[in-house]
Design a protein around this ligand. Structure first.
Ligand SMILES: Cc1cc2nc3c(=O)[nH]c(=O)nc-3n(C[C@H](O)[C@H](O)[C@H](O)COP(=O)(O)O)c2cc1C
Length: 210
């Protein structure tokens, strides 16, 4: 079996973290770089990602997450917050980044800017929020994958009140909304779930070759 599959079989949604183990700065940097490299629609990355370390804030977040202990026992809590609504300035800023990064002229990217504005910015508010949330979930996927390779444990979570998270983190005034979260750190030896067999659909059920 190659390393990729071995690592993916090693990972599991960690229920109990070892609170005494912290992720090193180097490993955290690499993990976050994996998230930074996530694909996103048009490359817009319509989200901001918060790395929550502050114990008092994490205690509040735990209360807003049905008291799941991962919130306080993990090394960090990662909050994927999507932009609820993009505007022209957001797209222009992205185009400027493309131009600078690839040594191009903004004027030469006008067609691209118009295409993005004519699609994404035309969505209804609800659709824009939903679309941005999907991009945040994809970034969560990159986090899960990168973490598995770094042998960092993760519990992805949507068992929390997004409204309460938004209040605690002051996201509303930034036009952000909590989409999904992940607790990261190292598994406790006591976590029985690490020994549970993976439950997945069979390949025959899951994949259809046409
Ligand atoms: C989007 C998402 C939300 C989840 N929410 C929670 C959660 O709130 N609490 C929890 O303990 N596990 C949560 N899980 C973990 C899943 O239950 C777990 O990934 C699934 O049972 C498959 O098991 P495995 O990840 O251990 O292979 C979530 C997983 C995902 C992807």
């Amino acid at each position: 079996m190659n390393n990729t599959i071995e690592n993916l079989k090693w990972r599991y949604a960690t229920k109990k973290f070892d609170a005494s183990k912290k992720i090193s700065k180097e490993n955290l940097d690499e993990l976050l770089e994996g998230v930074q490299l996530s694909a996103s629609s048009y490359g817009l990355q319509p989200y901001q990602i918060f790395v929550v370390e502050n114990p008092e804030i994490r205690e509040k977040l735990k209360t807003a997450a049905w008291n799941q202990t991962q919130l306080t026992e993990a090394s960090q809590v990662i909050v994927f917050a999507n932009h609820k609504k993009l505007d022209e300035a957001y797209v222009d800023n992205y185009i400027k980044n493309v131009a600078e990064t690839r040594d191009l002229k903004v004027e030469d990217l006008q067609g691209m800017a118009d295409m993005i504005k004519n699609s994404t910015l035309q969505f209804s508010d609800a659709k824009q929020n939903e679309w941005a949330q999907k991009q945040a979930y994809l970034a969560l996927g990159f986090l899960l994958n990168t973490a598995a390779h770094l042998k960092i444990d993760v519990c992805p979570m949507e068992g929390f009140s997004a409204e309460e998270f938004d209040n605690i983190l002051g996201l509303e005034e930034k036009g952000l909304h909590t989409a999904v979260i992940a607790c990261i750190g190292y598994r406790s030896e006591e976590d029985k779930m690490q020994h549970a067999a993976k439950v997945r659909k069979s390949k025959e059920d899951l994949f259809k070759f046409i």
